[in-house]
Design a binder for this molecule. Sequence first.
Ligand code: SF4
Length: 433
Amino acid sequence: MTCTTMELTERLLSRPSGAVARTDLAGHVAIHGALSLPKRDDRSWSDGVLRAVAESGLLGRGGAGFPSAIKWDAARRGARRPLLVVNAMEGEPASAKDRVLLSYSPHLVLDGADVAAAVIGASEVVICVADDSGPTAASVDAAIAERTRAGRSRRRFSVARPPGRYVSGEESALVAWLNTRQALPTMRIDKSVALTVGRRPTLVHNAETLSHVALIARHGAAWFRQAGTFEAPGTTLVTVTGAVRSPGVVEVALGTPVADILVRAGADAQLSGVLMGGYGGAWLDPAHLATPYAPAPLAAVGATQGVGIIVALPTGSCGIAETARIARYMAGESAGQCGPCVFGLPAIADDLELLWAGRADADLLPRIHHRADTVEGRGACRHPDGVVRLVRSAMALFADDVRAHAAGRPCPGHAAPSVMPFPATPAIRRSGS
Ligand code: SF4
């Protein structure tokens, strides 16, 4: 996907529309103003920033939507100096927001990381960029070098390059890779127990979340809350693709109707469905496009904000075909350590491909539902749960097509090309083709 910033916003994407151009340190300061950080540990400054982040209501933009201030408070109460990890892995193939942010405005993310590290007492920051995102990593490396030359930080910044796989960005997988070079998620019964790299407690923060922190540290909580809703304040980055004239990343105030976001991207007037949240997200009925883009309203119509992805499915496309393709891709991205995920996801993909091809047996539909029930909640990470949510939403939204395909009459769109961006992988295939 070509990444463009589609419209001027005053916050993270503070540039007129056009192709992404990297902002150097001087340009960054000219746009956002200088960031002032204490020269040494300063408890009252840290308390003030922590209070501002808490009052801002900033929720993590990495998919979990967890309040940032709670994570920080836990991290700074540990006995050892923590490590701050910036998660810019962007394992979702349909997502481009981390890439745009770090390619276009890397200093905003690094400022946010500097603020968070100062608050929690971390002396080191590691920015994780996937090993297949070379230009993004180069932009971050260049930004770190600029800041070092300018004497901007007393902390050590470095870039790490975990493998560019879907689950590598899951925070426990990221920490496992930093420890062992194996990006495998770990089962965490008690999420309040800190992750560790070596023996250091480790705080993992999404890149976009930190860029908001950089601005809250400058302008305060009340400014942050001038955009968005009371429950979901601020702006957020959304990657919009599919049946749109201008695919790319747009910054919107939370609470903006989904329809307005699609209009900004130049979406077709009529759509068959809208994929919300990414490949572990859910299909949204076009009848619900007036829904505010925020976690609670989207959940109320069975959708999710997820990692900030909207894919418009054009009329004439087949939602079953797209769901089968995504399920096959997701099955291939399993980290291969939990039986229900390793065996269940390929089985779900097999059944969906049979349905797509109009070759269902009499038990196929109940079998898909049974497999979804069996897989859900049984993995060390949420990877299979995302697939289950997506499949269930497809069976509901495309119910008429499901019945026709199951009866051996695939819809006319079943042979249409996919609008989903997938990395080149032999795992994507269509049954019977
Ligand atoms: S649920 Fe799947 S992706 Fe997650 S750790 Fe287990 S095998 Fe890996």
